[in-house]
Ligand binder design. Sequence first.
Ligand code: HEC
Ligand code: HEC
Ligand code: HEC
Ligand code: HEC
Ligand code: HEC
Ligand code: HEC
Ligand code: HEC
Ligand code: HEC
Ligand code: HEC
Length: 442
Amino acid sequence: MLTKSETGSPRKPKQGVAIRTSDILAMCTALSILLLSIPTTSIAAAPTGDAMCIACHSMKMNKALEDGDQLSLHISSTDFTESVHGKFGCASCHSAIAKGPHPKPAAISNKRDYSVAANDSCKNCHKGMVRSYQKSIHASLVAEGNQKAPLCTDCHSAHSIQAKETLATVTGQPCKGCHEEIFTAYSQSVHGTARENGNVIRASHIQAPICSDCHSAHDISAVAASEKLKSACIDCHPEAKAAHQKWLPNSELHLTAIACPACHSPMAERRVDLQLYNNVKQSPVAQSDDIEFQKRLQDLDVAGDGLDPMELWNLVRQTNQDGEAVNITLQGRVEVSKGIDSHRLANKGAAVRDCQSCHQNGANAFNSVTVSIAKPDGRKQRYVANSDVLSSAVSVESVSNFYAMGGTRIKLLDGLLILAIFAGVAVPIGHIVLGKILKKIR
Ligand code: HEC
Ligand code: HEC
Ligand code: HEC
Ligand code: HEC
Ligand code: HEC
Ligand code: HEC
Ligand code: HEC
Ligand code: HEC
Ligand code: HEC
């Protein structure tokens, strides 16, 4: 919502274009010729000052950039007048050009740098949106020099910006252009098809989500900060917690240790990710220097075949030595191996509910393991580990927070628990017994 304070009270920008007398003379000849070739209807619709800009810029002109590229200077006057800013005029964003003599050849190094600089104009009127975007992973990537991460105009365009209602449709979502495979997977998912068919959750008015409903549009976080995404699911599906409790013992723990798509995207390959976690700060360990961490991993994993239990133990020990009062362990989570599979959610009948698909020796999800650390931009840097880090006695200390019996550590306990589960008395008894025995062992 565009509030007064965000826009600095939506400025009705100056509609005239300030041009010096000396320039007018020079331009007059050019313009009188140009105006003949321009459809008068579009000029009539634009504010008078813009007519002059459009007179030149509706022509097919290019400007040579320093990197050898060509910048097209053509602007469609119809698109512009029909856009949300049509009534405010060119000068509302290009105030510098409107004030001085123009065209004044000024060197532009490349398209991207020009675009980055020109995008700065949005903040004059949309402070709130800009602040929110600045917190996003996209903005961090832009700051890191990623040329492919979106600026405002990559999602909105510069000269044919439409109202938000247009963007809130499946076809109007601007994410598709860059995340095409995910978009296709999403379109075929339970949400994509429900959105297309106009389904809502039962009798309520809640529509099925598109990209920005789960990720938000501006303040998009790295997905490794998964709590935000999980709460997006629960916000729309508040009944889900109770629904899982009916058949899944200790469902709270399961819903923490397993990403929703790991069960709801039934065909997906799964893996266990062990994230370095600081138990004193109660937050994931954030690396300040990726190169340093990468080097440490390579030094530890001499053979280059993934971390084995001893190497993993050493990693945790060395990370513990970094800070003063730290207590670092690994926090385990079952997740889908490929981000795209998070978007293949199926209807509930297809979801994984078979206990043995996880609680069994050699269960597929436990054969693929990564160790991860949070990068400065919030994304995870992952490193492959051997699956025996989950079952080895060496790992008991470092991986103690994560214990899925059956697939894992102490065979005798696994056996007991599996018996208990299948005898149908698992939940309370199994839990208590296991808790006690594990405490003793540690
Ligand atoms: C990654 C794509 C993306 C980027 C980058 C982006 N937007 Fe948006 N913007 C959207 C989408 C999608 C909507 C539609 C509303 C929604 O889903 O929240 C939107 C809505 C808006 C709205 C109307 C929102 C409202 O609630 O009133 C404004 C204003 C806006 N964007 C301005 C900006 C500005 C300024 C920037 C740059 C700082 C920017 N946007 C960057 C995708 C983007
Ligand atoms: C809402 C702000 C805004 C308005 C209004 C606006 N522009 Fe732009 N313009 C931009 C931005 C931002 C860029 C940088 C290119 C990009 O990011 O796509 C740009 C780029 C340009 C360029 C360089 C070529 C290009 O497309 O990159 C020309 C020429 C131009 N604008 C002319 C105009 C004219 C003429 C008008 C009025 C008819 C106008 N602009 C209105 C924001 C605006
Ligand atoms: C007399 C024709 C003419 C008029 C009128 C005109 N332009 Fe231009 N414009 C050009 C030419 C030619 C260039 C390329 C200049 C160069 O090569 O450096 C240009 C370049 C631009 C650029 C690209 C960035 C840059 O600085 O080179 C923008 C943005 C732009 N014009 C916006 C506008 C706006 C806004 C107006 C109205 C206030 C306007 N122009 C009026 C001819 C014109
Ligand atoms: C001079 C002030 C000004 C500048 C600069 C400006 N805008 Fe706007 N923008 C507005 C106003 C005012 C509206 C509301 C128009 C309306 O309601 O008809 C608006 C509307 C929008 C909307 C539609 C919002 C909605 O609620 O549907 C988007 C998206 C948007 N602007 C994006 C941008 C982007 C991106 C830039 C920079 C390239 C930009 N604006 C620069 C004043 C500005
Ligand atoms: C129903 C909610 C939901 C919708 C709708 C959704 N996503 Fe996601 N997205 C997720 C979840 C959950 C993850 C994985 C988070 C995790 O690893 O825990 C994810 C991951 C991602 C990733 C990271 C992929 C990777 O390789 O790690 C990107 C990029 C992404 N989504 C973009 C999109 C785009 C673009 C759309 C629209 C076409 C979209 N998402 C729609 C929930 C959603
Ligand atoms: C101009 C291209 C572009 C557009 C448009 C775009 N993105 Fe992105 N996005 C990227 C790039 C580049 C990355 C960096 C990661 C990568 O390479 O996939 C990224 C990363 C992300 C991530 C973080 C993935 C992670 O690993 O944690 C999410 C989530 C995301 N985008 C969602 C969206 C959503 C939602 C939209 C639409 C509202 C959108 N993107 C529009 C280019 C784009
Ligand atoms: C261990 C696997 C598993 C995990 C993890 C899981 N689910 Fe489920 N979920 C299921 C199964 C199986 C069903 C179907 C139960 C049934 O048919 O009664 C289901 C049902 C649902 C339903 C339909 C509820 C209803 O009203 O019947 C929703 C919504 C749902 N899950 C959302 C989620 C969300 C959100 C998460 C993550 C916070 C999640 N699930 C995590 C397996 C899982
Ligand atoms: C904006 C609201 C919204 C968000 C956010 C959302 N959903 Fe949904 N979800 C829906 C709607 C609407 C349906 C379709 C209901 C229908 O068609 O019966 C649905 C359907 C489902 C179903 C199928 C239920 C069934 O009865 O078969 C599952 C499973 C599901 N969502 C899981 C998730 C997960 C996991 C997330 C987060 C990653 C999530 N949803 C985020 C609104 C949402
Ligand atoms: C998608 C994989 C998956 C499925 C399916 C699954 N679990 Fe689990 N379960 C786990 C993981 C992972 C843990 C360990 C969580 C941890 O220690 O952080 C766990 C933990 C448990 C625990 C120990 C809880 C505690 O308090 O320590 C019990 C009991 C259990 N599961 C029973 C079941 C039963 C019964 C089913 C079938 C109805 C089931 N699980 C289905 C992955 C799964």
